[in-house]
Write a protein that binds this ligand. Sequence first.
Ligand SMILES: *Cc1c(COP(=O)(O)O)cnc(C)c1O
Length: 411
Amino acid sequence: MTLAVQPPLEIDTFHPPRRILLGPGPSDLHPQVKSALAQGVIGYLDPVFVSMMEELKTLMRYAFQTKNALTFPMSGPGSVGMEACFVNLVEPGDKVIVCRNGVFGGRMIENVERCGATAIVVEDEWGLAVDPQKLEDALRAHPDARLVAFVHAETSTGAQSDAQTLCDIARRHDCLTIVDAVTSLAGTPVLVDEWGADAVYSATQKCLSCTPGLSPVTFSDRAIEKVRARQTRVQSWFMDLKLVLDYWSASQRTYHHTAPGNSLYGLHEALRLLAAEGLEHAWARHRRHHEALKAGLDQLGLEFIVPEGARLPQMNAVRIPDGMDDKAIRRALLDEYAVEIGAGLGPLAGKIWRFGLMGYSAREENVLGALSAMEMVLAANGMKVDQGAAITAAQRVLATHHHVPASATSA
Ligand SMILES: *Cc1c(COP(=O)(O)O)cnc(C)c1O
């Protein structure tokens, strides 16, 4: 018998090239996370696996700074964490206030509408933090809203909003909060209990430096009460918290879906490394490398789009100088220097470059390597560059800023 489709024997084993990941995520994998991922598969109800899951929840509570019992990794990327928060907390006919200052606030609006609810949108310019006064005004104008959603760290622009203030305002108006902490977790302070945030989601491939595909989430008791009090069934079977919990709660452990075991080993190791480094040291490490990168980018004449004070150290967005070819330059960085940076999204496409310094990517060699590559590529594209000046400026910052413990940066 001749098979209609012949085996494509010309296809070889895939080996990804070496890259330095300085975009909006994924970030470089820590070598120990890589080793953790390559371990053997065991059953998801194996008692050893189950105790690893319990440790994972404990480690995750540390990362989120929460005592929330309901803290676990959803199977799926950050978008699954986002959708899980909305489908569980929003019912058809609800009114939800969504703050939008970039791409991800826009996705929150999509989620609200797909739940059959109405989104009241608080708009801020892309590149700025969410204006708390606008949220206050929207809540006064819509006293029947019971939920506020905002993005803590807008990866599309590099702006950080004041989560504490926004959560305080929401609570004063008797609203629960959904907070996107995808890019902030482990890069800048995410203090779930101190903020009084109710549903917070993140992802593993940004400042946790793990493979993409998991979404750490945490829910307050108030959020759980709201889910329990629903009049309608959660429209998603996969994301229905009541069902997922039968697997993730310590007491029950029944099959819901096959947990992505190896990814969970990786996350366990990434969170363990974070605990060993200490959150404050991780935040300081991101800050230090941001300051160095900023000194170099300033030297190159590249302007940040976010005003000082609202800049995320782990996501640096700068304006593309006039006459520079966005695509050609990013391509040259990748092909000639193995450096990946991010492009602009939506209205910022072609206007900005985004330099991520997330997790294990936030290291001296990457800052210096990226600046060196930028000097070479910009000069080759006709920009007047004082060769070496950006690197020197970054080195000065690195030499004067307090050094972080070796455990944070070494392999
Ligand atoms: C990356 C990102 C997401 C989506 O995460 P995925 O893992 O790509 O699904 C959501 N929100 C923000 C702020 C992000 O940066």
